[in-house]
Design a protein around this ligand. Structure first.
Ligand SMILES: CC(C)(COP(=O)(O)OP(=O)(O)OC[C@H]1O[C@@H](n2cnc3c(N)ncnc32)[C@H](O)[C@@H]1OP(=O)(O)O)[C@@H](O)C(=O)NCCC(=O)NCCS
Length: 242
């Protein structure tokens, strides 16, 4: 009896893994290609939070497409509880998305993600809080979004672009570019490195110390003028003779 139960459970498990391997082939391939630590396909299927989040999202997205609202949101929230990744059921995601590590990823309702995109932990594809309707970003194909990056508003990140770790991107990113920093600046385009000296965010001039310096110079100049006037007015005393 016990042997039969074990056999049935094993058969269910193998069937489930086989179906997942078939239906989510692109996502498993993506993890195998882009994560040197992946090891084998079984590891991805059984242990990768980003992969699990995609399974829940596909189910929630399908139900959302059929007009259901509450059940997809419950699936999405359950997925967030289990994986630390929150994807709105309405978000449109292409093939081969790889969410590495996962925790803290948020993908908003009107976000659109192309094919073969990589997203690291702590990424937000969110709204600015000022827009309505389509208010989340559109991410092109083959884009990599580094850990902690925030891409905000109805903007497009072009194909084959990189968003650096911890960047805050609020403007369009052309294809084949690298955007870094806060606010995001294009550091590389079409493989060519762009100058950043004029966009230095850390060595900005201090207007208060500049004003104080100007005042100090003016005081010095006035002091000198007064001293000179005094010297011109007072005749020098003749030197005493021995
Ligand atoms: C942006 C990134 C992809 C590098 O892209 P790249 O096109 O090779 O860019 P470069 O290394 O040539 O750097 C270009 C400029 O951006 C700066 N830069 C690179 N990454 C940066 C970052 N995350 N934040 C701020 N500036 C960054 C460089 O210092 C350089 O500045 P400079 O032009 O003033 O010298 C990479 O640095 C990065 O952030 N990857 C994310 C990886 C990640 O999240 N891993 C998580 C693993 S768990």
């Amino acid at each position: 009896m016990l042997t039969n139960i074990i056999l049935i459970l094993a058969a269910i498990f193998i069937a489930k893994v086989a179906i997942l391997a078939l239906v989510f082939k692109d996502e498993i391939d993506a993890a195998m290609e882009r994560d040197p630590a992946a090891g084998n396909r079984m590891v991805v299927i059984l242990t990768y939070a980003g992969f699990h989040a995609m399974i829940y999202h596909r189910i929630a997205h399908q139900l959302h497409g059929w007009g259901l609202r509450l059940v997809p949101r419950m699936i999405s929230q359950g997925s967030r509880f289990l994986t630390g990744i929150e994807i709105h059921p309405a978000a449109r995601i292409g093939k081969g998305l790889f969410i590495d590590h996962g925790s803290g990823v948020v993908i908003g309702e009107t976000a659109i993600i192309g094919n073969a995109v990589t997203i690291y932990q702590g990424v937000t594809l969110g709204g600015t809080g000022k827009e309505k309707g389509k208010r989340h970003p559109t991410i092109g194909n083959n884009v990599v979004i580094g850990t902690g990056a925030k891409v905000l508003g109805n903007i497009r990140v072009g194909d084959n672009s990189f968003v650096g770790a911890n960047a805050v991107v609020v403007k369009e990113v052309p294809p084949n570019s690298t955007v870094v920093g806060v606010p995001g600046r294009i550091a590389r385009r079409e493989g060519r490195r762009l100058q950043s000296a004029d966009l230095d965010q850390t060595h900005l001039p201090d207007p208060v110390s500049k004003a104080l310096q100007t005042m100090q110079n003016e005081i010095r100049r006035l002091e000198q003028e007064v001293r000179q006037n005094r010297e011109n007015r007072e005749p020098r005393e003749p030197k005493e003779k021995n």
